[in-house]
Write a protein that binds this ligand. Sequence first.
Ligand SMILES: [Zn+2]
Ligand SMILES: [Zn+2]
Length: 120
Amino acid sequence: MDPERLVQCPYDKNHQIRACRLPYHLVKCRKNNQKIAKELVTCPYNARHRVPKQELKFHTATCENKVSPEILEVAANPKNKIKQVIAWQCPLPEEDWEADADKSPAPPFVFGASYPGERS
Ligand SMILES: [Zn+2]
Ligand SMILES: [Zn+2]
């Protein structure tokens, strides 16, 4: 997150705070909005993190337990991963079973037939 970027305070939309100052502002503003801050939600990255619902967006942006978005994406869409696994498998050889069935059997082995080069 760009520390100089202005972000909107979750408690009061009239507050435009620089991202780097937001944690300090939140502490102050939370005190003025205790009723809102009472509604705690659990951080999706760490169940021990309990943050006011209003602050969850900011918390998840800076959470120390944040995982890379790609991992989250796979977790959210397991199909993506399955697709990948299938792509890794060797493709089955194309077999034409019907044409195979019409093929004449291998020539029968003739007992006693001499092999080329064999002297009798
Ligand atoms: Zn505020
Ligand atoms: Zn967290």
